[in-house]
Structure formats: C-alpha cells, structure tokens
Design a protein around this ligand. Structure first.
Ligand SMILES: Cc1cc2nc3c(=O)[nH]c(=O)nc-3n(C[C@H](O)[C@H](O)[C@H](O)COP(=O)(O)OP(=O)(O)OC[C@H]3O[C@@H](n4cnc5c(N)ncnc54)[C@H](O)[C@@H]3O)c2cc1C
Length: 387
C-alpha cells in the first residue's frame, strides 16, 4: 500500500468514526453553515462537535503548517481528505473569510508574529473576519479607494467609509484597504490593515434588501486608532496583498460552479425534462458544461498547489464558475414553472428556489464583476492587443 493509499484508508476510518451523522446531511439553509467567531451560533451540538473535532486535528485548514493551526498535509493528502469528505457528504466544518481570503495573504505577506497571532485563531474559527475593500466610489475601480489612514507615531488613525461589507455587523475583525499616501499614484499609496470591529469609532449600518435580508453593510470609520503592528506587508504596498487575496477570493467563489456536494440539478428538473424535449436539450448542454468545469477546476487546483497556475487564472475560473451557477438556477426555475416563483409558502420551503435563483445574480458581481474578469483574462492571459 502506498503512503497515500494508507493515508486514504486512515482518513476514511477517522471520518467514519468522527463525523456526526447530522453533519453528513446536505446544507439546507444558512443556519446549517457554521461561521464561528467570538460569539459563535451553533444550530446543534453536532455542528459544534464537528468544528471542534476538525479544528483539533488542524483539518479546518488541512494544508496550512501545523505551527499555525493547520493540518500540515501535502497537496495530495489534502485532495484525498476532500475526496473522502465528499464521499460521505461531510459538511465543511467552518465557513470563514479568514480561511478562504485572509489566511493565504497572511501566509505570504504577514510577519512571523502576525502569522502566529492570527492564523491559529482563524483555523479554530474563534474570530470572524469581514472584508473592507469596496467604497461608494471604488468598486470595479478598487484602487480609487479613499479611506484615509494617517501615521500618528504610535498608532494609525483611520477615517472613511466602506460599502457592501458582507456580514460586517457580525464580524469580529476586518481586513481593510486604506490610503496611506494620498499623493502617490493610486495603486502605490494603499496599505493593508487589520483591526478589531469593536474598536472605538467603528460602526455598521446593515443594508436592507428587497428580500428582507441584510447580508451586507455600510461600514464607517471615525477616528479609529489601530496599533502599528497590524499593518500587513509594507506601508503603501498593500495593493500587492489586495490582489493576491482577490485571487483566493475568486478561487473560492468559482467553487459555486461545482454546485455543492453533488452538482445535481434535482428531481423536479429530471421530471420536467421527461415532458419537455427543449428543456432536456438545455439540461444536456448544462451537464456537458458542468463536467468540463469540474475537470478544469480539478486541473486548476492541482496547478495552483504545484505553484504552476497563471496568477490571473482565478479570474477565468470565477467567470466560468459563476456563469455556470447562474445557468444552473435558471434551469431549476424553468423546470419549476410558475410554482418555482412561490415566495413564502411552506410547500416551497419559504421560496427556497426563487431566493437561491435571485442570490445567484450577485455571483457575477461579488469579488469583481464578470466584465472585469473578462478584461483581466483578455489582458493578462490572452494578451490581446488593446486589452
Ligand atoms: C453579494 C455581494 C457581497 C459583497 N461583499 C463585499 C465585501 O464583503 N467586501 C467588499 O469590500 N465588497 C463586497 N462586495 C462589493 C463588490 O466587490 C462590488 O460590488 C464589485 O466589485 C463591483 O463594484 P460596484 O458595485 O461599485 O460596481 P461598479 O464598479 O460601479 O460597476 C457597475 C457596472 O459597470 C461595469 N464596469 C465597471 N468598470 C468596468 C470596466 N472597466 N469594463 C467593463 N465593465 C465595467 C461592471 O462590470 C458593472 O456591471 C460585495 C458585492 C456583492 C454583490
């Protein structure tokens, strides 16, 4: 038995023994996902136990070094773990912007002290992070951001406003882009700062959507004092950190193209297909695209772990994955007919299909719009003239 086969057998047995049955059921709603944080909300004992068990083994972040709370697994072992979790339908124990976005940036750009301070907390899900990038006049053109950060000798002083800050009202800390040199060319006067959302001068105002949900906020900074050692990388070089983090964010969002644990379109769709040849053709086309995306995604992850991925490849994956996810939900709605538009009835599980369909519209905006990703692919991967 090769080492990897032995690891697979061991992992399979460990998961069988440790993954609670409830944590093998498909995720039905937001409450089924665990976000951790200073005041974590657990839907059940099983959810809490699953997080603690996985974190105890470093398997919330299996490929991070053990010194920083990770599992110290190789890329091949990490892939085996993911395959074995998928085999039994095991849920991700922790949803975390710390894991999917900030962690990789800290591993590359953080000081040793910052890594030891922040990464283990992220791995254990003890701190919930939010992302302070977008501002009212800086979305696609992110480098135009204006949140002011002044060097006051023994601390930084931050003033300004962010917008669309997902879950800012629930987050404990923020990773934030700030302008430290207003006179420099716009990409060269930005720094990357970490601070506690409980700091004096930080306030959030949830943005109420038509659905009644408030998944994101306006975030205000009014004379917020930030300790000097919470700036990541070099002063005025935060754009490098920001771009690197965006690559990881886009990689994470592209995973939507895989459509959850099975990527399946569901029973309703299969029934509708039997009666409607046009829909059947659309589903067949979708299935081929989904298979191609799955293959591309696996190759991309392998290349990424081997350090061979093109730095702009996450833009390609994000574009393909989010457009595919939108197509998936268009098909679900087409198959459901007018019933799928039900918004509140018990039969429709509170309008699950319609709400999920509408949510996918944001997939091609969050983390950078599809138009921007196409621009990056044209310029950096295809090297098209004039792009
Ligand atoms: C669900 C969701 C969650 C989000 N969470 C966060 C978060 O946690 N933190 C955070 O900082 N931000 C967050 N955002 C903000 C997101 O990053 C921005 O919405 C996005 O970058 C687009 O910026 P904008 O909304 O200002 O649109 P704009 O930049 O004003 O764009 C408007 C339109 O113009 C197009 N456009 C703009 N420039 C170009 C160009 N050069 N070429 C072609 N077309 C162009 C865009 O594609 C878009 O269609 C979130 C957004 C959503 C929808």
């Amino acid at each position: 038995m090769s080492d990897l086969e032995a690891f697979r057998a061991e992992t399979r047995a460990w998961l069988e023994a440790n993954c609670p049955a409830e944590m093998r059921l498909p995720v039905r709603d937001e409450g089924d996902m665990c976000w951790g944080g200073r005041h974590p909300v657990f839907k059940s004992d099983a959810q809490k136990r699953w997080l603690e068990t996985m974190a105890g083994r470093g398997w919330t972040v299996p490929d991070w070094p053990r010194d920083y709370g990770g599992g110290g697994l190789s890329p091949a072992e990490t892939k085996v773990l993911k395959q074995e979790m998928a085999r039994i339908g095991a849920r991700n124990p922790l949803m975390s912007f710390g894991i999917s976005m900030l962690g990789p940036a800290l591993l590359k750009y953080g000081s040793e002290e910052q890594k030891r301070r922040f990464l283990p907390e992220i791995a254990r899900g003890e701190i919930r992070w939010c992302q302070g990038y977008s501002e009212p006049n800086a979305g696609s053109d992110l480098a135009s951001l204006q949140t002011k950060c002044e060097d006051k000798g023994d601390h930084w002083l931050v003033n300004g406003q962010k917008v669309w800050t997902s879950y800012a009202d629930k987050a404990d800390w923020i990773f934030c882009l700030v302008r430290t040199d207003p006179k420099a060319p716009k990409h060269e006067g930005i720094s990357f700062l970490l601070f506690d959302m409980a700091s004096e001068g930080v306030s959030t105002r949830p943005i109420l959507l038509i659905s009644g949900n408030s998944p994101f906020c306006e975030t205000f900074f009014d004379d917020v004092r930030v300790p000097k050692d919470q700036l990541v990388g070099e002063v005025n070089k935060g754009w490098d950190v920001a771009k690197y983090l965006l690559g990881h964010e886009r990689e994470m969002i592209s995973g939507m193209g895989l459509g959850g644990q099975t990527g399946a379109l569901g029973e309703a769709l299969k029934e509708a297909c039997a009666a409607d040849p046009l829909l059947r053709a659309d589903v067949a086309r979708f299935d081929v695209d989904a298979m191609a995306f799955r293959a591309m995604s696996e190759r991309f992850i392998d290349e990424l772990k081997a350090g061979r991925a093109h730095p702009a490849q996450p833009s390609m994956m994000k574009y393909a994955g989010t457009e595919l996810n939108k197509a998936r939900h268009e098909l679900v709605m087409a198959a459901g007919g007018s019933d799928a538009l039900e918004w509140e009835s018990e039969r429709s599980r509170g309008g699950k299909a319609a709400r999920e369909w509408l949510r996918t519209k944001a997939n091609s905006i969050e983390g950078g719009t599809s138009e921007i990703q196409l621009g990056i692919v044209a310029k950096r991967i295809l090297e098209l003239p004039g792009a």
